[in-house]
Design a protein around this ligand. Structure first.
Ligand code: AMP
Length: 215
C-alpha cells in the first residue's frame, strides 16, 4: 500500500511523474490543481469560487481544498493507497492532512520533493501547453505539441495554454511557492520524512530515481 505526497515548485514535472507512478502502482493520482480545473470547467460553485485565485496564481483557500481532498480520499479506489500531487501546499494544509489521516485511520508513507532551479521552471512553464481532454502536457520547444490527433483519453486533443502559465501568473506562483510551500518542505525535512529528487534531470531519469527511492 502506498500513500504518497509529491511536493515541488510549479513546472518541476511532478504531475508527469505522479501520473506514471500512480498508474504503475494502481493507485489514484489525486491532483488538487486538476480537480479544481475540472470544477472550473464545469462551472461548479467550487470552481467559480476558485477561479480568481487560480488565474492570479494564488492559493485557493485551505478550507475549499481540504474538502476536495477529504471527499476524494473517501472514494473506493483510494482505499488501496493514493498519490497526492499539489496537496498539501502550506503548513496549515500539512496539519489538516495529518488530522484527516488520523481521523480516517490512514498514514503517510513517503513525501517526495522535486527540486529545480527557478530559471528552468520559468522556461518550462511559459512554453507548456496542455490537452484539455486528457491533461497531457507538451512544450513548444521540448515536447512537440500535436496539432490534432488522438489524445490519451481516446478523444481529439484540444490543446490550450493554462491561464496561469503566462508570465505574470508564473512569477506569482513561484513567489507563492517559496512563501507558502517552502516552510512545509522544511518541516518534512526536519522530521526526516523527505525524499529529495533532482527535478531538473530528464523525465526518464527522474522516473528511475523515483522508483529506486521508493524501493
Ligand atoms: P497546480 O496544477 O498544482 O499547479 O495548481 C494550479 C492552481 O490550483 C494553483 O496555482 C492554486 O491556485 C490551485 N491549487 C492547487 N492545489 C492547491 C492547494 N493544495 N491549495 C491551494 N490552492 C491549490
Amino acid at each position: 500500500m502506498s500513500r504518497l505526497v509529491f511536493l515541488g515548485p510549479p513546472g518541476v514535472g511532478k504531475g508527469t511523474q505522479a501520473a506514471g507512478l500512480a498508474q504503475d502502482l494502481g493507485i489514484p493520482h489525486i491532483s488538487t490543481g486538476a480537480i479544481l480545473r475540472d470544477a472550473l470547467e464545469r462551472e461548479t460553485p467550487t470552481g467559480l469560487e476558485a477561479k480568481k485565485f487560480m488565474d492570479a496564481g494564488e492559493l485557493v483557500p485551505d478550507s475549499v481544498v481540504l474538502q476536495l481532498v477529504r471527499d476524494r480520499l473517501a472514494e473506493e479506489d483510494a482505499r488501496s493507497g493514493w498519490l497526492l500531487d499539489g496537496y498539501p501546499r502550506n503548513l496549515q494544509q500539512g496539519e489538516a492532512l495529518q488530522s484527516l489521516l488520523q481521523e480516517i485511520g490512514d498514514s503517510l508513507d513517503h513525501v517526495i520533493y522535486f527540486e529545480c532551479a527557478e530559471s528552468e521552471l520559468v522556461r518550462r512553464l511559459s512554453g507548456r501547453r496542455t490537452c484539455k481532454t486528457c491533461g497531457s502536457t507538451f512544450h513548444i520547444e521540448f515536447a512537440p505539441v500535436p496539432e490534432q490527433g488522438q489524445c490519451d483519453a481516446g478523444g481529439e486533443c484540444e490543446i490550450y495554454q493554462r491561464s496561469d502559465d503566462v508570465e505574470e501568473a508564473i512569477l506569482n506562483r513561484l513567489e507563492v511557492y517559496h512563501r507558502e510551500t517552502g516552510p512545509l518542505v522544511d518541516h518534512y525535512r526536519s522530521k526526516d520524512q523527505l525524499v529529495v529528487l533532482d527535478g531538473a534531470a530528464p523525465i526518464d531519469e527522474v522516473g528511475v530515481a523515483l522508483r529506486s527511492a521508493l524501493n
